[in-house]
Design a protein around this ligand. Structure first.
Ligand SMILES: *Cc1c(COP(=O)(O)O)cnc(C)c1O
Length: 363
């Protein structure tokens, strides 16, 4: 079968070698005589799979020993509720920065639950074309945490800095940028991510949490949302998302085999640069994001003409470049170029953009 270049924001492309390995092991994993999908999560064979995935993620991200790695379900969106449930008990208050749709949802979820939360920074005024500049003096001294969304999948922006929060734990939704480049985990209290952008099929949510932040969970919180319970049970309080955990392990091994996150970053920066360089070199397409906030994972652009914006993804799909339509809330185009997108895919996109501009002159 001919595989397309899939620019979907998520679920998104997985590395072909990972899919091939999974295919080879689909009906029989090792000498277990069964698929990973069929085995008990309490079996020694699966125990080795989950422990390996965890160890490989620790190695890849260089996660310090005083952090727990949890493999949960419910998507990043469930963590919008779990974050305040687990952390706000420290002081009763929390701060949020709103940089796009997901951070806004996280903020609203905490508000909906009746918590005392404050939006201390937002880039809504400029239609989220950049990330907010957060300085120490903006953060409430008695906040239990500051929540940010590190890479804004829909708008195509990314924090080009790690906000300095002093002693206040920084909590980051990294769903669309985790393991795309090295990040200093020790600068964060909590990092969480839905796996379906850069790590695995949908169904797995990774939470990386500093030890000292466990133990503040609202006693009325659902047990399933209590990170401490999940940590004490090695993410196996109940049945974990076994198959996505197995694939995540293969993805981590694939990146380690390429040289780890430094190598991954080099590759991702190269892909993003050729696309942004092209965007900056012409006037048919416009990239709405401020240069300093540009994401290397999600690249947004528009033609400035609604009909052409609608035509572009349809024509692109005909030549095997699929899912280039922007998010329904912002329109235009978005190319999600996660780890698994080869540079050839980005080169093919640029060629198509040139052809499309020639074939569809603006009135
Ligand atoms: C996709 C995404 C989400 C939502 O993830 P689900 O796993 O679907 O709940 C949240 N935050 C960011 C940054 C995302 O990219």
């Amino acid at each position: 079968m001919n595989r397309v270049y899939n620019f979907s924001a998520g679920p998104s492309m997985l590395p072909l070698p990972v899919l091939e390995k999974a295919a080879a092991e689909l009906t029989g994993y090792g000498d277990s005589g069964m698929s990973v999908m069929e085995m008990s999560h309490r079996s020694p064979v699966f125990d080795a799979i989950i422990k390996n995935a965890q160890a490989k993620l620790r190695e890849l991200m260089d996660i310090p020993a005083n952090y727990k790695v949890l493999f949960l379900q419910g998507g990043a969106s469930t963590q919008f509720s779990a974050v305040p449930l687990n952390l706000i008990g420290r002081t009763g208050k929390a701060d949020y920065a709103v940089s796009g749709q997901f951070s806004s949802k996280a903020f609203k979820e905490a508000q909906k639950m009746g918590y005392d939360v404050k939006c201390i920074a937002s880039s809504k005024d400029t239609n989220f074309d950049r990330v907010p500049r957060i300085t120490r003096d903006m953060i409430s001294p008695d906040a239990s945490y500051l929540h940010i969304c590190f890479n804004n999948t829909i708008y195509g922006t990314k924090y080009d800095y790690i906000p300095d929060t002093g002693d206040i734990p920084l909590v980051a939704d990294m769903s669309s940028c985790i393991i795309s480049e090295p990040v200093d985990v020790s600068k964060f209290g909590v990092i969480y991510a839905g796996a379906q952008k850069n790590m695995a099929p949908a169904g797995l949510t990774v939470v990386i949490v500093r030890d000292d932040l466990l133990g503040y969970c609202d006693p009325k919180a659902p047990t399933m949302l209590d990170w401490k319970v999940m940590a004490e049970n090695d993410s196996m309080y109940n049945t974990p998302p076994c198959y996505p955990i197995y694939i995540a392990g293969l993805v981590y091994e694939w990146i380690l085999g390429m040289g780890g996150l430094e190598a991954m970053k080099e590759c991702n920066v190269k892909k993003a640069s050729i696309l942004y360089d092209y965007l900056d070199s012409q006037s048919y397409y416009t990239a709405p994001v401020q240069k300093s906030s540009r994401s290397i994972m999600n690249v947004t652009f528009v033609t400035g003409d609604a009909d052409l914006d609608a035509k572009f993804p349809k024509e692109a799909a005909k030549v095997g470049l699929v899912n280039l339509k922007g998010h329904r809330s912002v329109g235009g185009m978005r190319a999600s170029i996660y780890n698994a997108m080869p540079i050839e895919g980005v080169q093919a996109l640029i060629e198509f953009m040139q052809d499309f501009a020639k074939a569809n002159p603006k009135a």
